[in-house]
Design a protein around this ligand. Structure first.
Ligand SMILES: NC(=O)c1ccc[n+]([C@@H]2O[C@H](COP(=O)([O-])OP(=O)(O)OC[C@H]3O[C@@H](n4cnc5c(N)ncnc54)[C@H](O)[C@@H]3O)[C@@H](O)[C@H]2O)c1
Length: 259
């Protein structure tokens, strides 16, 4: 009889939104889940209702020593790592000519450099045959006025995914990303408060609605699973068809609403 080891997955940025839904989807699929987030209390709360076989950790993805220490702590606690989900993200809203460089660097630091550090130390730690999934965005392929830092970082993350898949394939490690359209979470809630933005977004989505965190988590769970064993270097669009149209102009909506 072959004994299949219990999968152990690290969900970075797992305390909220899509990451939180992913923690629950993976736990329901039998994974031991290590949830890691900048917000340690929220990471611990993410495990409410789940068993003591899971663990919560604090990490700041912009700090390489903290990311390295996270994977060491997960190895010590769970013995191995077979899956990594890279969910940490932040955004900001400003036009190119008005963009504060510190804010630009903050978004790139979390969404691109932070994702690189998770792929680097996740890749070092993963069992051969493991898998990693990063969260890019519809904005990686569809530019959004007012979102220059976020668009640039997420487009870079698609490339990071592809290069990592090339390099880690020899160890049987698969590296993919998912690219959601609008999912209402604490990240996107502020944009929903700008009059007209939600309606404009939905008018440009063939399926006519925003997504749910669970709909993204289901695809992440699939990409980590054995069923996805021949998929690597891919970015899966999950957006109700919004990539077929255009992105709302957030700068124009702000000007129209607030002058
Ligand atoms: N919600 C959407 O519409 C949408 C669309 C496309 C892509 N995404 C991407 O999906 C991912 C999850 O987004 P969400 O909507 O669930 O957002 P969210 O704000 O609900 O969750 C993001 C999590 O990242 C954590 N985080 C932020 N900075 C961190 C850091 N430096 N180190 C560690 N953790 C940090 C936050 O504490 C939070 O728990 C992000 O990468 C986001 O860019 C979201």
């Amino acid at each position: 009889m072959t004994v299949t080891p219990t999968p152990v997955s690290v969900v970075v940025g797992g305390a909220s939104g899509i990451g939180l839904a992913t923690v629950h989807a993976l736990a329901a699929a039998g994974h031991r889940v290590a949830v890691a987030d900048l917000d340690q209390a929220a990471a611990a709360a993410a495990l409410d209702g789940l068993g003591s076989e899971h663990s919560a950790h604090r990490v700041d993805v912009t700090d390489e020593s903290a990311v390295e220490a996270l994977f060491a702590a997960v190895l010590e606690r769970h013995g191995s790592v077979s899956g990594v989900v890279n969910c940490a993200g932040v955004s900001t809203l400003a036009s190119v000519v008005d963009h504060d460089v510190t804010e630009f660097r903050r978004v790139v630091d979390v969404c691109l450099t932070g994702a690189f550090l998770v792929l680097k130390h996740g890749g070092r730690t993963l069992l051969d045959g493991g898998a990693m999934v990063s969260l890019t965005s519809l904005n990686a392929r569809q530019p959004g006025a007012g979102l220059v830092a976020y668009c640039a970082a997420k487009a870079g993350l698609v490339s990071l995914t592809q290069v990592s898949a090339l390099e880690l394939g020899a160890r049987g490690i698969r590296v993919n990303s998912v690219s959601p359209g609008l999912v209402v979470t604490p990240l996107t809630a502020p944009a929903m408060d700008i009059p007209g933005v939600r309606d404009d977004y939905l008018a440009n989505t063939p399926l006519g609605r925003s997504g749910e965190p669970e709909e993204i988590a289901a695809v992440i769970r699939f990409l980590l699973s054995e069923e996805a064993r021949w998929i690597t270097g891919e970015t899966v669009e999950i957006n109700g068809g919004a990539h077929l149209r255009r992105y709302p102009d957030l700068v124009q909506h702000v000007m129209a609403a607030f002058g």
